[in-house]
Design a binder for this molecule. Sequence first.
Ligand SMILES: Nc1ncnc2c1ncn2[C@@H]1O[C@H](COP(=O)(O)OP(=O)(O)OP(=O)(O)O)[C@@H](O)[C@H]1O
Length: 260
Amino acid sequence: MLTVSRVNKTYNNGDFFSNNRQLVLSDVSFEVHGGECLGVIGESGSGKSTLGRLIAGIEKPDSGEILFQGRDVQSREVRLGHISAVFQDYSSSINPFFTVFDAVSELLRTMGQHDKKEVTRRVVDLLGQVGLNAGYCSKLPHELSGGEAQRVCIARAISTGPQFLVLDEAISSLDTPVQTQILNLLIELKERYQMSYLFITHDIQAVAYLCDRVLFFHNGRVVEQSPVSGLSRVKNEYSRKLLSSVIPFESKEMRSCHGV
Ligand SMILES: Nc1ncnc2c1ncn2[C@@H]1O[C@H](COP(=O)(O)OP(=O)(O)OP(=O)(O)O)[C@@H](O)[C@H]1O
């Protein structure tokens, strides 16, 4: 469904007067299959969000390609209605002057749905799917809790019935019970609509809960891929280090003591 091939991305290293560029993604290749949730984990600065922005079409790779159903995601037509994104910072994802109704209906209107009755019906239905009632329609972002605001972002993201959702630290700033509610909501939506997710996070337990497969990111490279069911068998030292808080791996020294 989504194919990332040999993607490289650099940024100016911050010095206005120099041409030096920082390599942020290096030769990144992987696939996400239909109905699959692929987790992306890696330490801060390893390039995960950059990857999410490239897939969401917010930025372009320097080289390589990202194809959705065989077509380049750089084309707005390929993305619109098919690929959506939910980011960590829900407060800046919604226009502060938009009501919940405006925020959730914006993409529907962009896609040509102007029948007011039908748009209202869709918005109320979408809010219902994320556990919010019609009374939220007239609220402004500052009147919402973090969990409610993130639900609005999800309702907005799924409003066009996308097949692919980029979730970049989408639950990270919520407290644990709300995180669990949102994870359960994502599982339910994925099953209902056969959506694929790219789930970018630091939270290995959330990955184990939601994802089918995991990519381990280190210094802008994919160092290992593993099904969630095989996490205890990952081989790369960096992947093992990331997982060490939840899986008690034996160290190299211990393994050699056991003759492994
Ligand atoms: N627009 C930009 N301009 C210049 N450098 C950038 C830009 N966006 C990201 N970077 C740099 O690219 C590197 C990777 O950043 P990115 O946000 O993709 O990492 P990350 O793995 O998502 O980190 P975190 O987990 O902390 O969100 C960092 O060194 C960052 O400073």
